[in-house]
Structure formats: C-alpha cells, structure tokens
Design a protein around this ligand. Structure first.
Ligand code: MCA
Ligand code: AMP
Length: 517
C-alpha cells in the first residue's frame, strides 16, 4: 500500500552507500551517516510509539539547533505524529499560549529551560516532557534502549505533518496546519527547479523552527541524498571558511549582509558553489548587486510563507530566464499565483494588488480556527497572502508591500499589535504604536512610540528592559520614544505612515558599520 508519509520519501532517497556522510557538524566535525539518520530516527520513533499517544498527537519542540533536533523532527514524521517547532527565543508567556492552543502530548525542551517549561506543561496537562541538548538529555537516554528498526507509519497525503505558528494577516498566532503532501509536493518541485543532485553539499546555518531552515533547506538536501554542513548558529566567518567545500547556501537577507561584511568572502572562496538562495524577507537590490560583484554569483531570490511553503522563485537555469534582483521570480510549477485589486478583479500587467495563491502546497487551515481560516481564503478557494505585489509581462512577481501589519526583522516576523499589547499593559502607559523602520542589518527594526498617562513619567530604557523580560528578544523594540500624542487622521486612526516617515533614518548612520544590533 502506498505510504504518503514524507519520511517514507526521504528514506527512499537515502543513497545506496549508507555509510557516506549525510550531515557533518561545522562546529565540531562530528559526522552522521545515512545509516545513523535511519537508526537514530528509528529509536526516537520507537520511543514515541511506546508512549501510546493518541493518533494525531502534537510533539512540541523548543530546543537549541542540533543534528539530534533535526532527527527528532524526522522521527516525529516517521512515527506519524505532528511536529510543532517553537522559536527558541520564546519566553514563558509565549510558550504558555502555544501549549494551551495546540495541546501537545509531548514537549521537548532543553535542560536549561526545563525548570520553567515543565510547570507550564504540567499545568496544561502535557503528558510527557523530555529534554534534548546537543548530544545529551532525557530524550536520548530514553531512546537508547529502543530498537534501531522501525516501520514508517502509514499516512495519507492529507494527514497532518506539522503545525507552524504564524500570525497570518492579523491577530494572535495561529497554527498553520501543513500536511505530508503540502510538504512533499513543494520539496519535490524545489528539488527539480533548483537542480539538486546527490553531489550537492548544503551549508545549513538557519534555525530549524521555521519553514526556511526546517523544510526548504533540510528537505531539499535530504531528498537529493546530498550532504549538509550543519552550523548550530550563523557565524559569517565560519560559513565563508566552509564555502569551498559546499555547492549550495540558503539564507535570509541579513545573512547575506553579514557575509558581505567579511573581507574573506571572495570569488575564489565561492569557486565550487553553484547556488546562493535568499528569502523570508525582501533582499535589497544593493545586497544583490554587491554580492554579484564580490562573488560572481547571482543570488536566486524566492518567496514563500508558513502557510504555503514556497510560492515563487527566480529561475535557476539560464534557459528559463535571468535572476532579476528586486523580484521574487515566477510562480513555481504547479502553484497558482494571481494579483487582484480591491474589486476582486485580476490586475493588469504591472498593476499592484493583493497576492493570492493556490496549489498542492497550500495549507488546509489554522489549527482549531475555522472562522479565521475562512476569512483568509477567497470564495473560490485561493489563500490571501496579505502581501501586495505585481506581475510583469514576463511573469516575474515583485512584492511591493504588505496589507498585513507585519514587521520582518532579520527574517523573523513581528506583529505590532502583540508588542503594543505588552507596552500598553506597562504602568503609566496610555497608548503606543509599534512600527518597522529600515535597518542596515535586520532589514527592518522594531521601534515603539509611547504616550504616557497624564501625570505619569515613563522611562524608555526601563520600559525596554521590562519588555525584554517577557517576550522573545528579536521582538523587543530597538528604540522607544516617549511622545505627548500619536499622529491621527480625521477618523482618529493612528497614522503609522507618518511615524515611519519620521523615524525612517533612525538607523541610517549605522549602515556602513552594520552596528546597533
Ligand atoms: C537576533 N536579534 C535580533 C534578531 N536576531 N533582533 C532583531 N531581529 C532579529 N532577527 C538580536 C537579539 O535580540 C539580541 O539582542 C542580539 O540580536 C543577539 O542575538 P543572537 O541570537 O546572538 O543574534 P544572531 O545570532 O546574530 O541572530 C541574527 C540572525 C537570526 C542570524 C539574523 O535572527 C536568524 O537566524 N534569522 C533567520 C530567521 C529565519 O530563519 N527566518 C525564516 C522564517 P540583545 O542582545 O539586545 O538581546 S521562514 C519564512 O519567513 C518564510 C516561510 C520564508 O519565506 O522562508
Ligand atoms: P512567515 O509568516 O514567517 O511564513 O512569513 C511569510 C512572509 O514573509 C510573507 O508573507 C512575505 O511577507 C515575507 N517574505 C517571504 N519571502 C519574501 C521575499 N523574498 N521578499 C519579500 N517578502 C518575503
């Protein structure tokens, strides 16, 4: 019987030489063969199966990046459960929300975070809590006694493989439900479109709690039977040092800005590379041009979302066209992308409108939020991305903005309403507005503008420190201004465009130094 479990496809793609290196740690040189991937994921999967979890159970994971953490992801698929990755910057309030919403049966954290996560997990009736550190932890201890043989769980195409929390176009975080076929269809498309083969070597330096590092990068390498050089954290010099051993690199724009700041990034160092891919946020044309000049390589920019995995890509093969900086390329094969105006009519060439998408990669909905799901699909079933863009006569798409109130900082999404909520709850605060302004390193930086209650004095630094204690560090405003009132239009709505204009040069003086991180 056909098994649509994406892990079955990944396993079938393992090279015949099982002892060949599949993953090499760029940090300490440790290596993992394809055989190791098979046996360790089998042990993890057998451990999960032994817990007798209900079908469809969620396994929530907030750990540091390690090879074992990737193998845990693969094992959750292998055992037929649903993987729920969480950014390791999230703090107690954020984690409590995800646990309450997703009701995972298992939570895997680190030995450092266990003291505050386990009480939340217990309160929320999570049945099992494990730790996983780099090469140690209770999960590895428990898995060791399990068999290294495991029959991949039978799954149908529409069965849930993962839930990725994202705020969609508005409001609180929603769990985007991705099926085995959403993930596999997209990975197969990318494999072909980007010309992957078993002789590729990928430098993997992205976090593995989002689509980019977890799905796009890992799936392509695994399904190609290609080796990965695995870095727990992105260190530009370490990546440049390993470029001669690699053929493919993927990064958010900030990674390219930081690579360019290394004088050792040269054409010679990139001599064996065949492809540099960028996405998750807009790649500035200055970065695109500077990278081509320095390395001789033209970055391929692509566009996607948590709800859809990848949607468009600049061409890889010259016969399909040139890679055009400032654009996100063509709709991927099998993916429908259209631009519609406010009257819901298809836009003309070069006319700006809302981007809507359809295809086998598009998620089925938000976890237990049927109403929210309905709001974000059109009546004819296309998903409204909340991105604003246009298509040119040759079919290249350009993203020109967002209708959703979203800041993308260093490839991480920050929702102003969430941060405003925290600030407004601080003592002495009447109201606030959170905006994104250009930043030379992160692309956009979070900035807050705050009005104090009458008769209260509020201190910007103290407020930043207080916010920092409660939410993921990348969401914390880099600067906070206290003002007497917020600009409003005739309808009384806060004019964030006025604030963005006022603060647009805040980080400009640091553009040469890439400072103020
Ligand atoms: C770190 N900091 C940040 C960010 N990252 N500030 C704003 N935005 C950020 N993204 C701050 C921390 O708060 C901290 O400040 C200081 O920088 C150092 O933290 P550290 O963790 O050491 O930073 P880093 O290692 O230099 O990280 C920067 C980074 C990282 C490597 C650019 O943010 C990163 O890996 N970004 C990639 C995100 C990604 O993979 N996105 C894909 C999403 P302080 O000291 O004041 O506390 S998937 C997606 O979007 C879609 C589907 C798609 O199309 O791919
Ligand atoms: P996420 O919710 O993390 O999946 O982020 C998805 C959003 O990232 C998209 O809706 C876009 O706004 C943005 N994005 C991803 N890739 C690109 C890109 N190449 N250029 C501009 N924006 C992008």
């Amino acid at each position: 019987m056909k098994n649509d479990n994406i892990f079955a496809a990944i396993r079938a793609a393992f090279p015949a030489s099982a002892d060949a290196v599949a993953i090499e740690s760029g940090d300490n040189g440790a290596t993992y063969s394809w055989h190791d991937i098979d046996t360790i994921t089998a042990q993890f999967a057998n451990l999960l199966t032994s817990l007798k979890l209900p079908a469809g159970s969620r396994v929530a994971v907030q750990t540091e990046k390690s090879v074992e953490a990737l193998l845990l992801y693969l094992a959750v698929l292998r055992a037929g459960y649903v993987y729920l990755p969480l950014n390791n910057a999230y703090q107690a309030g954020e984690i409590a929300y995800f646990i309450e919403n997703a009701e995972p049966a298992v939570f895997v954290c680190t030995s450092k975070t266990r003291s505050w996560i386990e009480p939340i997990a217990i309160r929320c009736k999570v049945a099992h809590c494990f730790t996983l550190d780099d090469g140690s932890g209770t999960l590895l201890d428990a898995a060791r006694s399990h068999s290294t043989e495991h029959v991949v769980a039978q799954k149908s195409a529409q069965d849930l493989a993962a839930i990725l929390y994202t705020s969609g176009t508005t409001g609180r975080s929603k769990g985007a439900m991705l099926s085995h076929s959403n993930l596999l269809s997209n990975a197969r498309t990318l494999l072909d479109y980007w010309g992957w083969s078993a002789s590729d070597v990928l430098i993997h330096a992205l976090p593995i709690f989002h689509v980019h590092g977890l799905f796009v990068a890992s799936h392509c390498a695994l399904l190609a039977g290609a080796k990965m050089i695995w870095f727990a954290k992105f260190e530009p010099q370490a990546v440049v040092n390993r470029l001669p051993d690699a053929t493919v690199f993927m990064g958010v724009p900030t990674l390219y800005v930081r690579l360019l700041a290394e004088a050792s990034l040269t054409k010679a160092q990139c001599r064996n590379m065949r492809l540099f891919i960028a996405g998750s946020a807009p790649l500035l044309i200055e970065t695109f041009n500077a990278f081509r000049e320095r390395t001789g390589h033209t970055i391929l920019e692509r566009y996607g979302m948590s709800e859809t995995v990848m949607l468009t890509s600049n061409p890889y093969r010259a016969e399909d066209g040139e890679r055009r900086g400032g654009t996100v390329g063509f709709a991927l094969p099998g993916v429908g992308v259209r631009v519609r105006n406010d009257a819901a009519a298809e836009c003309a060439i070069d006319e700006i409108g809302g981007i809507e998408v359809t295809g086998p990669n598009v998620f089925s909905g938000y976890w237990q939020m049927p109403e929210k799901t309905k709001e974000e699909f059109t009546s004819d079933g296309w998903f409204k991305t909340g991105d604003v863009g246009k298509r040119d006569a040759r079919g290249y798409f350009t993203i020109v903005g967002r209708s959703k109130d979203l800041i993308i900082s260093g490839g991480y999404n920050v929702y102003p309403a969430e941060i405003e909520g925290y600030i407004n709850d601080l003592p002495g605060v009447a109201e606030s507005a959170v905006i994104g302004v250009p930043h030379p390193d992160f692309g956009e930086a979070v900035v807050a503008v705050v009005v104090a209650k009458a008769g209260n004095a509020v201190d910007a630094d103290a407020m930043i420190a207080s916010i920092k204690a409660n939410i993921a560090n990348f969401k914390v405003p880099k600067r906070l201004f206290v003002v007497s009132e917020l600009p409003r239009n005739a309808m009384g709505k806060v004019q964030k465009n006025v604030l963005r204009e006022e603060h647009k040069s805040l980080f400009a003086e640091s553009s040469k130094r890439v400072a103020q991180r």
